[in-house]
Design a protein around this ligand. Sequence first.
Ligand SMILES: *Cc1c(COP(=O)(O)O)cnc(C)c1O
Length: 398
Amino acid sequence: QMPGFEIFGDEERKEVQDVLETGVLFRYGFDAARKGHWKARTFEEELAKRLGVKRCHLCSSVTSALSIALTSCGIGAGDEVIIPPFTFVATMEAVLLAGAIPVFAEIDDTLCLDPGAVRNAITKRTKAVLPVHMCGSMARIDELVAVCASNGITLIEDACQALGATFHGKAVGTFGRVGCFSFDPVKTVTCGEGGALVTDEEELYRSADAYSDHGHDHVGNDRGLEGHPILGSNYRISELNAAVGLAQLRKLDSMLERQRKHKKQLKDALSQCPAIRFRTIPDETGDSATFLSFFLPDEEKTRAVVKGLGEAGVDGVFYWYDNNWHYIRKWEHLKGMKTAATLAADKLGDLPDYANLQLPQSDGIISRTISMLIKLSWTEQDVSERIEKMNGVLNKFF
Ligand SMILES: *Cc1c(COP(=O)(O)O)cnc(C)c1O
């Protein structure tokens, strides 16, 4: 949704070229042949430093990072994990992949988990709360931290869409035991494909690193002789992907600056419209500004405005209520539990009745929500033309 791919340049080419010249596409070992290039490891060090955490593990996607995070926290078969109904489907998939049961709690006007609803959703089987910092901004993370602490529950953050966002100066994604970030092709920073988890816990990091690579402990320089403390799988990232991400990560500050400037211009303009109420952002100064999201008074008006914006040629407009991928309303595969055999839903135990789940508060919010993508590549001219078109549409209705 928030595309680093808009600004690929010589920096990305150089990092990839470094890798191609050594011929070492593998992220571990081959110490002599790689001539000092450790793209995945360097990415991990730089991201950890940037976010103010001790450890970062870069792997093949965030779907795998979230699943590894749950597993590494000891969460699996039969455990309940509370998640929001407004997220990319991957959050729900990752919980199922870890063998755990996704339990949905309402969102509030932050477009993220409602801390009160989370409290009400806790049962004896609840092992984790997995808030998603949607559309560039943050959940009421301080309240969620408190709910988890007082109930002895693990907090794991899906911060895929909020790289660079902060809450009272602390990086979003660093409030829980683990935080996860995606670097897939449409994220602010992209590796092509990739995801990372961050944590301050050394043991947890080691477990995640081993689990991603068949259980290898990565001690010593001979793969045949490495230990395998746990059974694992393969969720490795390649050096080529990491190289692209490394160049992108170094551009993050300039990306944020551009997004924030563009968003402010659009928001100031839309503030003139009395019918619009903006999404609540718990710390406005920490917003990564990848999206501008707002609410209209009712579903009918919202649909009409979305249609009007389309007809006026305003692109990058999202009406999540009709979106197949980001809101539970259209997740027919979940409602019918049409899982691949490996997910073995029938063996998980008592599942919630997903088909008949009622989330009236979330429906009420998402059916009135419009999100607009903030693009990096816009010129001043693009922004002012957009504002003019948006005002044209809104003036027809309000
Ligand atoms: C993009 C995204 C994911 C999935 O990331 P992948 O790296 O493609 O697996 C998960 N959660 C959210 C909120 C996302 O936006």
